[in-house]
Write a protein that binds this ligand. Structure first.
Ligand SMILES: C[S@@+](CC[C@H](N)C(=O)[O-])C[C@H]1O[C@@H](n2cnc3c(N)ncnc32)[C@H](O)[C@@H]1O
Length: 381
């Protein structure tokens, strides 16, 4: 289980533990050479987030202050404000931020939170500025491929399996289905099947991915889609009558507005909004929570929607739920939600993840990079 603690309003997730458990049979069958024992596996390093995200210079200043026994917080850098924008863009954003801060403050006070996020960041941690994560991410980017460039699909049975494609080996979890293709062609693969849950984390256009694609090539970022193309996904044909649609949405207000408008064409309405707050091993938000720089908010939003006219009273989905976990060092890598949905007894006999980059036992995962994070590199030392 990735859920390690829950209250009415918040859940603590452990993504790294979920990976270790999902791939247990593969990981234990590997020869435990001294390198693996002393170095740890690459996916473990990616979760070793010891201090918040910041520039090296800023981190060095904090380390110096800590060493000199001074208050380690530095005055926030003055940001040039874009013309025509205010710090708090609108009342909705203020209310959302206030809600996240309030629920997080209560969660932070719990014994479970203090026990789980028990790291105490040292000056050395700040000085290192998560160098290990950055090194692993860099090596992974260098070896991983652009889209597999093949339309490929497959499935596994009750054990982890391997597949080799284009010179890379991928470790697949038990009981999973995958389809590597363009979402525009999804109906050619699903043969009229309907899903209880459709989860998607669309490739929204954003400056960070655009910059990486432009400067370093697609394998440093990924293909993006504009909102009107995302809204062409044939959700009504794929979602079962009682089904739940779960969509990760960026903090970009335009994306949110266009998505909310477009949901009408999918004949669904939003029943709940959840938030995912990303914290370090010490339980610090990865960027300042109160910061008004919205592009860098330390939390992301998840919309949950049901078909219009559908009222499934057996499954109560709470609104405003806060999910809290240490993020992986891979850009845009989201924590698994299957166990969270399970906690609310959402039926999951057939589940589909669109735009997936990794597989989930019991689910069909679909996307141009569906095997990317299954690369054996991430499971090796
Ligand atoms: C935001 S990422 C998903 C990240 C994923 N949720 C994770 O946790 O790793 C979006 C993914 O959609 C893929 N993608 C972009 N355009 C696509 C398309 N037309 N059809 C299918 N997948 C697409 C990208 O290559 C990228 O892997």
């Amino acid at each position: 289980m990735s859920v390690i603690f829950s209250t009415e309003n918040a859940i603590i997730l452990d993504h790294e533990a979920w990976i270790s458990k999902t791939y247990k049979d593969y990981l234990t069958s590997q020869v435990k050479d001294s390198k693996t024992i002393s170095h740890g596996r690459n996916f473990e390093h990616l979760f070793n987030l010891r201090s918040p995200f910041m520039m090296d210079g800023h981190a060095e200043k904090i380390a110096k202050r800590m060493t000199e026994n001074l208050n380690c917080s530095l005055p926030p850098k003055k940001k040039r404000r874009k013309k025509g924008t205010s710090n708090m863009q609108n009342a909705r954003e203020c209310t959302e931020l206030f809600h996240v801060m309030e629920v997080f403050a209560i969660l932070r006070d719990t014994f479970a939170f203090k026990t789980h996020f028990n790291h105490i960041a040292s000056p050395e941690d700040y000085r290192n500025n998560n160098r290990l994560i950055r090194d692993v991410r860099k090596r992974f980017t260098e070896i991983s491929l652009d889209n597999l460039q093949v339309s490929v699909n497959g499935s596994t049975k009750d054990k982890c399996e391997f597949v080799s494609l284009n010179g890379r080996t991928y470790i697949l979890p038990p009981d999973s289905d995958y389809i590597c293709d363009d979402v525009a062609d999804i109906l050619t693969h699903t043969s009229g099947r309907k899903y209880d849950v459709i989860l998607m984390d669309p490739p929204w256009q954003n400056k960070y991915v655009h910059r990486r694609n432009k400067n370093h090539g697609k394998h440093h970022g990924y293909e993006t889609m504009n909102v009107s193309d995302i809204l062409k996904i044939p959700v009504p044909e794929l979602l079962s009558y009682d089904g739940l649609l779960v969509v990760w949405c960026t903090n970009n207000e335009n994306h949110l507005r266009e998505l909310m408008e477009g949901l009408r064409n999918w004949h669904v309405h939003v029943i709940a909004t959840w938030y995912w707050i990303k914290v370090t091993k010490a339980g610090e938000p990865v960027t300042s929570l109160s910061s008004a720089s919205y592009g860098k908010r330390s939390y992301e939003r998840i919309l949950l929607a049901r078909r219009d006219g559908q009222r499934n009273h057996n499954v109560i989905i709470p609104d405003g739920l806060l999910l809290c976990s240490i993020p992986s060092g891979i850009h845009s890598h989201k924590p698994p939600l299957a166990d969270v949905l399970q906690a609310f007894q959402v039926p999951q006999s057939s589940c589909l993840e669109l735009f997936a980059r990794s597989l989930v036992p019991g689910w069909t995962c679909y996307g141009l990079e569906v095997l990317k994070l299954q690369d054996s590199f991430l499971f090796s030392a």
